[in-house]
Design a protein. Structure first.
Length: 115
């Protein structure tokens, strides 16, 4: 609990939710189709918070190397967000990076339209 990761966690909540929706969409019947659209609603509700203030995420994550306490906090957040998810115990950092890339990509695209 060494720092305030508000923006980072909001971006993670969105990105992780989207990853989970993609996983669930395939897992529920072996295919992606229009019937899986409702799975996207919950993560999409988190998109505004994920984008708002996302420019501060690089500061929040500086200096880039996580202390053991910070790693524990991030790992706990991923597990709390995803619940039982294959590989979450060992692949949480990969999931963090993937989730942040998703959010950051949307943020960068979004800000490209601002003035
Ligand atoms: Ca935010
Ligand atoms: Ca499906």
């Amino acid at each position: 609990m060494t720092m305030d990761w508000k923006e980072t966690k909001e971006a993670l909540a969105f990105g992780l939710g989207l990853i989970k929706a993609g996983f669930d969409a395939k897992a529920n019947d072996g295919k992606f189709d229009i019937m899986d659209l409702p799975l996207l609603m919950s993560p999409m509700m988190q998109l505004p918070a994920a984008i708002d203030g996302a420019g501060k995420i690089p500061q929040e994550l500086a200096p880039g190397e996580f202390t053991p306490d910070e790693q524990d906090e991030l790992k706990a957040f991923v597990i709390a967000t995803l619940g039982e998810f294959p590989g979450v115990q060992t692949k949480w950092l990969t999931l963090v990076r993937a989730a942040l890339m998703i959010s950051q990509g949307i943020y960068l695209g979004y800000t490209a339209f601002q003035e």
